[in-house]
Design a binder for this molecule. Sequence first.
Ligand code: DI6
Ligand code: FE
Length: 407
Amino acid sequence: MWDELWTDIRVATLAPGGDPYGLVEGAALAVADGRIAWIGPAGTLPGAPETLARRVIGGGGRLATPGLVDCHTHLVFGGNRALDFDLRAQGATYAAIAQAGGGIRSTVGHTRDLSAAELAAAALPRARRLLADGVTTVEIKSGYGLDVAGELKLLEAARRLGTELDVEVVPTLLALHALPAEFAHDRAGYVDLVTRELIPAAAKAKLAVAVDVFCETIAFTREECAQALRAALDHGLAVKVHADQLSDGGGAALAAEFGALSADHVEYTGEAGVAALAARGTVAVLLPGAFLMLAEKQRPPVALLRAHGVPMAVATDLNPGTSPCTSLTTALALARAQFGLTAAEGLAAVTREAARALGLLASRGTLEPGKRADFCLWDFEHPRELGYWLGPGACHAVVRGGVRRDH
Ligand code: DI6
Ligand code: FE
């Protein structure tokens, strides 16, 4: 006997093969032990609904999609950077603000003052907004501690948030995010600290499952990033790269070289980088919130990514400096409007491909038997409406691990 049977729904399963949405009209979906036990046309159910499940729930004809996966956030931080944004409106650039000691370093100042519990509490309302908009799995990066204790504290805060909200948090160590002020004259010293102490400590405490690096002229060189990525692999952690966001620094090629799960941003990635991603199966994560808020002009090479068959995901990049965006559906609308993703590419980008970018495709990202029962019901006629309405609010219900959630 199943725990629950949802009937009177239309489902975009995103399962590979067939139509790009995997659309099933007049569908039913059964949940047992938090997983999908059965999914298909209601007419092919093996019996009368009431005889199959302890509880039968009518979906009111709504559209169900896989729960959304936000595969790139910097959700946990202290303070905010509304002032930076205002300075940019007056002509200052992101790089100039960073070089003047603002930017990421100013968030580091506000973050170091707070305990893990305080950081989790500060992040809670932002996380709730993400979840109410349909997110069922969220990646969270560190990167505002920039010392051993501070980075571990951020990862600890991310873990607390997951426990408090009963949501899957995928924690990522992003220690090579900015050079901390105390190492301003000792770059190698900081990179050594990260590779020799921090990465082993995070891996040992199981506080991170992946290591990310910011490969950029205003951040870290390819060689510095490579050193950290090597240490990550040595300690059994997955890797990913903030690649080619503001310039073509060969970040995508670096990601591919290390077999990264994803290369993120990729605005300036050229054809060689795209080909390298394709060859390694590395996902390109598009981050249209940062593109919009930084008033960038260089769009990611979507046509090339498509032509080379590189999987494309979209994420919020939720962070105080460049993407204070707490709605993945809004990020999706921005990706469709600014980067020209099709509706089908877009829906896949925030579900199946985002799960792939986290190495979690086996358990989520599509609605198929055996996967986690993470799904959303939307007030939509057709899946192409996801990422058409600009702004959150269309998510009628979120089911995570088979349990309906209120946020
Ligand atoms: N790229 C980004 O978009 C964020 N980090 C990064 O490496 C920005 C983080 C910030 O400005 O606080
Ligand atoms: Fe980012």
